[in-house]
Design a protein around this ligand. Sequence first.
Ligand code: SF4
Length: 302
Amino acid sequence: MQNNLAGEIQRLKKERNAIILAHNYQVPEVQDVADVVGDSFSLSQHAAETDSDVIVFCGVHFMAESAKILSPDKTVLLPVRDAGCPMADMVTAPKLREMKARYPDAAVVCYVNSSAEVKAESDVCCTSSNALKVVESLENKQVIFVPDKNLGSFVASKVKNKEIILWKGFCITHKRVKVEEVQKIRQLHPNAKILMHPECEPEVQKLADFLGSTSAIIKYAGEIPEKDIIIGTEEGIIHLLKKQNPDKNFYLLSTGLICTNMKKTRLEDVHSALLNMQHEIHVDENIRIKALKSLERMLKIK
Ligand code: SF4
């Protein structure tokens, strides 16, 4: 049944001249039908460069919206309409404007986990892969960082010559990881390395052996000699890690590391998206042009 569906998806994909992009946190069967699996940074780059007419974005709303901002002439589809990111909803454009008024000399860096309206109010976007480089590239001494306070404080811990003004947003999934869980799993697997995402809380981050984006975690896991690796980010990433490193053992740091929004998309939804051309993402053109500037500025930072 799943094989039939996967085959039908491939057929429709050709018919529609579509590309399927899937985030690392998607369920395995969705990752397996995708043309590209990656984090939000690499997927934004693919969305900007693809020749396909249709982009099926298996992820959450802000990601598909970013693809539409970068590729306005393409049809961008989000297979599950209500797959959203609670962290992205923690900052709104009016609230950000209020903060900008309080810090008129500050540059605004927004994590891609944000709406098009918030991107339009920002100077530059960032992802967890490039947040540090983006902040370092700015001349401003003050930087408002939205919406993730944990990624923002990770950046602040590395950048000494700037004041980083943090928003109070957070990822509800990574926030679930507790210090006690890290201590317990260390005891259980004393030879293992703990690889963690900077969306975890700062006191949890301190216990990691390595901190990085999903792409950085995947790269590092493949390079290190350790056979036992503990993963401190959403569990969907383990599917690719196991495929790429069949000789290694991966353990999830916390049972809380499951993002219910990322898990909403099923193979049936990808199929319906291509069959019925649903659910199309639209972005107001004035907002899109401003948001595009923030995204393009990020994409130029190497
Ligand atoms: S894992 Fe966190 S940041 Fe990513 S989509 Fe889910 S809630 Fe949002």
